[in-house]
Design a protein around this ligand. Structure first.
Ligand code: ZN
Length: 518
């Protein structure tokens, strides 16, 4: 047992290069448009490695082949080996393989990854087993749990389109990384790996509203008290916590600590809420990104590739997304996300008349850049926090105007010809998002950077956020941009691109491809 040591994970990108290496074929399968399995495998392995952090290593970080023996050797001393492939099937979904003589730990790993890929939406059948040379037990140490994931089918155009879509790769990578963590969580060596959880710094800590709501709900159920479930730590909540602590022989501090949390759960409370995993990283910026595009192709945030750019529709042509820019971003594997923001600055700006004008102009611009139907347009609600009752009414009117204006644009000959519709998203503080959700105003939510708003709640992730601005005016690629994280589908879209020969590349955490060769 290495209970104090990090769990070491090796992610193997299948195939590579132009030549056979032993029995490892260079290209793997090819999609009907020419996309090579080796490129899909590498793009995905990098993302999984980024999610897992410094304890993860890749067998290869560039376009070269390694023999199966070299790949297995690279996994020596690791507790996890996941080999990533795509195959020539046409039915959507992943397949997970272990060796037919695999040890129990391999089955556990496969099962953990299967569960995560299943929740992400792809069909995942039962673990398959076969005589896979790379997974031969004699090539690997007993402590190394090994499996091979055929992440999706590259055999038809649909599958190929998915596997060239950075949003799909982001989601697959996040799911595989969660599966590895799930496996790690079942092992005694899990401790160190848990520390590389990307969200560790932003977890729902014990002062955050979602956590306090859980405490209040739990105490209402368990102690027969009747606390308001408002996520705020008032005297009533502290009193009820103190009472619970006294009844369970705990230090009666009135605030929930680790032992109180454990006692609540032991007494029958649901598990405490946890942060969702980051699925993708991106930026927002108010100017054309093409001049810095070569940098964005390789830029990273917390080791994840920058895989989306939030760009503007507005009354200012200089800051607006254009069709050529959307095309260039898509060709670089960067998805576009649309936000409408005209001027802002005061509550008076959110009039019904402005809403109509904005909704109409936003749809015209969205059609102009060929934004796919069904993807949202976020509308910025700035500088209205705290919200008075009058502010709330005004924002409600503004969005009534937005809906009217959008409908008007869709009823024009151009709108009818485009045959599109765009759901409404809202960008704003914790309170703004809360209120817009409760009023049914929006179905997509982007939490703004302003941590000082909403009575301090904005320091925490708003539950239900599709996107969150996590750093404002951050220097990246020579620009001052805002950095965003996505926690689920976030409304990013791509323009159709010509077949590509290479994936946008990012530096992996570490490369043991040659160092690991015996
Ligand atoms: Zn393969």
């Amino acid at each position: 047992m290495h209970s104090r040591r990090a769990m070491r994970v090796v992610i193997d990108a299948g195939h590579g290069g132009e030549q056979f290496a032993g029995r490892s074929s260079p290209v793997g399968v090819r999609g009907p448009l020419g996309t090579a399995e080796k490129d899909v495998a590498l793009a995905l392995a990098r993302r999984v490695g980024a999610h897992l952090g410094p304890d993860a290593a890749l067998t290869r970080s560039d376009d070269r082949n390694l023999s199966l023996r070299e790949r297995a050797a690279a996994a020596g001393g690791s507790q996890v080996l996941v080999s990533i492939h795509a195959d020539g099937r046409t039915e959507r979904g992943a397949q997970i393989w272990v060796h037919s003589r695999a040890r129990e730990n391999c089955h556990d790993l496969a099962h953990a990854i299967q569960r995560e890929l299943g929740t992400f939406g792809g069909a995942v059948g039962a673990t398959r087993s076969g005589e896979l040379a790379l997974l031969t037990p004699e090539l690997l140490r007993a402590e190394t749990a090994a499996c091979l994931v055929e992440v999706d089918a590259l055999g038809d155009r649909e599958g190929e389109r998915r596997l060239r879509d950075p949003r799909h790769l982001d989601a697959l990578a996040a799911a595989i990384a969660r599966g590895v963590r799930r496996y790690a969580g079942q092992r005694s060596t899990a401790r160190a790996l848990a520390a590389v959880e990307l969200n560790a710094g932003d977890a729902f800590d014990r002062n955050s509203p979602p956590y306090l709501e859980w405490v209040q709900r739990s105490l209402n159920d368990l102690s027969g008290v009747n606390l308001a479930v408002d996520g705020e730590s008032g005297p009533a909540t502290r009193g009820a916590v103190r009472q619970f602590q006294q009844a369970h022989q705990l230090n009666p501090s009135g605030s929930v600590d680790e032992s109180t949390e454990a006692a609540l759960i032991a007494a029958g409370a649901d598990p405490a809420p946890t942060m969702p995993a980051i699925t993708a990283a991106g930026i927002d910026f108010n100017r054309d990104l093409r001049p810095s595009l070569s940098c964005w192709r390789t830029a990273q945030w917390r080791g994840l590739p920058i895989s989306f750019a939030i760009r503007y529709y507005s009354n200012n042509a200089e800051k607006n997304l254009t069709l050529p820019e959307a095309q260039a971003l898509s060709e670089s594997g960067i998805a576009c996300v649309a936000i409408w923001e005209a001027a802002g600055g005061s509550v008076a700006y959110f009039s019904r008349a402005n809403g109509e004008a904005h909704g109409q102009a936003a749809v015209v611009q969205a059609i102009g850049v060929d934004q796919p139907s069904g993807e949202p347009i976020y509308f910025a609600i700035d500088n209205v926090d705290p919200m008075s009752a009058a502010d709330r009414r005004q924002i409600e009117e503004y969005f009534e105007g937005v809906r009217t204006g959008m409908a008007r644009a869709l009823a024009t000959p151009e709108g009818v010809a485009a045959g599109v519709s765009y759901p409404i998203g809202v960008y704003g503080s914790w309170n703004v998002l809360d209120w817009c959700r409760d009023q049914g105003i929006a179905s997509w939510f982007w939490q703004s950077c302003s941590t000082g708003t909403s009575g301090g709640k904005s320091r925490y992730l708003w539950p239900g956020a599709h996107l969150r601005q996590v750093r404002c005016e951050y220097q990246l690629c020579g620009l001052s941009v805002d950095v965003n994280e996505a926690y689920q589908e976030y409304g990013g879209w791509l323009r159709p691109v010509a077949p590509w020969t290479d994936f946008p590349s990012t530096s992996p955490p570490r490369d043991v491809g040659s160092a690991g060769v015996a």
